[in-house]
Ligand binder design. Structure first.
Ligand SMILES: Cc1cc2nc3c(=O)[nH]c(=O)nc-3n(C[C@H](O)[C@H](O)[C@H](O)COP(=O)(O)OP(=O)(O)OC[C@H]3O[C@@H](n4cnc5c(N)ncnc54)[C@H](O)[C@@H]3O)c2cc1C
Length: 374
């Protein structure tokens, strides 16, 4: 290969594409290399739910705010449809409302308001009125259809920013200016490795030092059973003990105690509820969390039933029926949501080790590229 690049990005998931975008916007010549012929990792298996409210206080929340702005800016340019905006967290216990009241009093409450049950039903008419105590409405979130958005983002990078894509190609060694791949040696002055949940092909010792493991999630698509405009993404009480922006508040302890007593199997399987809607009216519903070095490939019905149980408790859609199921895996670490490692002056490893990559990758990309190319 005779062409020389300023930057090689390994991995064409959202983390790799975010780095490619940040570098291209600086006028750099970029190549993105991925072993798969088409996007197949966590980035097309998620909700496409760009979440701000609920992200961990501090850097994660700040990165989510910035990344949401980049998504909103790039979506129309790349032909990516924003399916809907905003989030309603439907509280069904007084303890959940107490968490939401505490949350709104923090700096993270910016752009959010508490809603009465009637107001919440005005935004999401499909909510189950019976048992609804109140809600939080956040205006920040946007929802894209990831399986459509990720390929469109890659195409936009190629067409509008001149980024080269090399697919069906595994990267075996990264030692700029030589990037060794199954398609030959590529010349690049610097490299960012964004390998998702592949901890072994490149820099395995460095990645292992972060204590990474994997998390398997169950996801479903439901036909709602009637014409319906969801109105906003929906979350429930279970999310308030999982999403760190709420769960780290002292007020979450009482809710956790009650949920342990009332929904132990949900918590044991890491089940909480996110519901978003697609252009055809169908709902993407999840999820669960099971951890392990090599998660098994099975998707037991009992886990899906727990997710559906919460769906039916929160939404008044008795006719809703499952039309598609899949699982996804993301990298996970017990003590951090992401890391950027520096194996050498011209190489970075950028990994999101939590379920926040769709929401934070653009900001991470800008920070890493700013550091590599000051
Ligand atoms: C079911 C599910 C739901 C989620 N929900 C949300 C959500 O609501 N909001 C949110 O913000 N985040 C969510 N996430 C998390 C988010 O999807 C991930 O954090 C993000 O997609 C990780 O992006 P990535 O680019 O690191 O990984 P991936 O998308 O997995 O991409 C990594 C790529 O690297 C390539 N690769 C690796 N090693 C090599 C190599 N040596 N050579 C060539 N190519 C290589 C792989 O082929 C792959 O294409 C969810 C994840 C899942 C699975």
């Amino acid at each position: 290969m005779t062409t020389s690049y300023d930057l090689a990005v390994v991995g064409a998931g959202i983390v790799g594409l975010a780095h490619a975008l940040a570098a291209a916007r600086k006028g750099l010549k970029v190549i993105v290399i991925d072993r798969d012929a088409q996007a197949n990792g966590a980035s097309i298996r998620n909700f496409g739910f760009v979440t701000v409210t609920g992200q961990e206080r501090g850097d994660c929340w700040r990165r989510a705010m910035r990344s949401r702005d980049v998504w909103a800016e790039i979506a129309p340019k790349a032909g990516i449809r924003v399916e809907h905006r905003g989030l309603v967290v439907a509280a069904r216990r007084p303890e959940a409302m107490t968490v939401l009241e505490a949350f709104i009093a923090t700096e993270m409450g910016e752009g959010c308001r508490l809603a009465t049950p009637a107001e919440a039903l005005g935004i999401v008419p499909a909510l189950k009125a019976d048992g609804l105590v109140g809600a939080l409405h956040s205006s920040h979130e946007i929802r894209v259809e990831s399986r459509d958005a990720i390929p469109k983002l890659a195409r936009h990078l190629a067409e509008a920013h001149g980024v080269t894509f090399l697919r069906d190609t595994v990267v075996r060694a990264v030692e700029p200016p030589a990037i060794e791949t199954s398609s030959g040696t590529i010349r690049a002055e610097a490299a960012v490795v964004c390998p998702g949940d592949d901890f072994l092909t490149l820099f395995p010792e460095r990645i292992a030092a972060y204590g990474v493991t994997k998390c398997k999630l169950h996801m479903m698509r439901l036909k709602p059973g009637r014409d319906l405009q969801l109105g906003a993404a929906v979350m429930s009480d279970l999310g308030l003990v999982r999403y760190l922006g709420y769960a780290a508040l002292p007020e979450a302890a009482a809710l956790k105690t009650r949920l342990v007593a009332e929904q132990g199997p949900h918590l044991d399987n890491g089940v909480h509820l996110i519901v978003v809607q697609s252009a055809d009216g169908s709902l993407v519903v999840g999820d669960s969390h099971h951890y392990g070095t090599t998660p098994d490939p099975f998707a037991p019905e009992a886990v899906d039933d727990l997710i559906l149980d919460e769906f039916r408790a929160v939404l008044d859609l008795p006719q809703a029926a499952v039309s598609e199921r899949w699982t996804g895996i993301y990298a996970s670490a017990a003590d951090r949501l992401m890391f950027v490692d520096t194996p050498s002056a011209k190489v970075r490893i950028a990994m999101v080790t939590s379920g926040t990559g769709a929401s934070t990758a653009f900001a991470i990309g800008e920070e890493t590229i700013g550091d590599l190319f000051p």
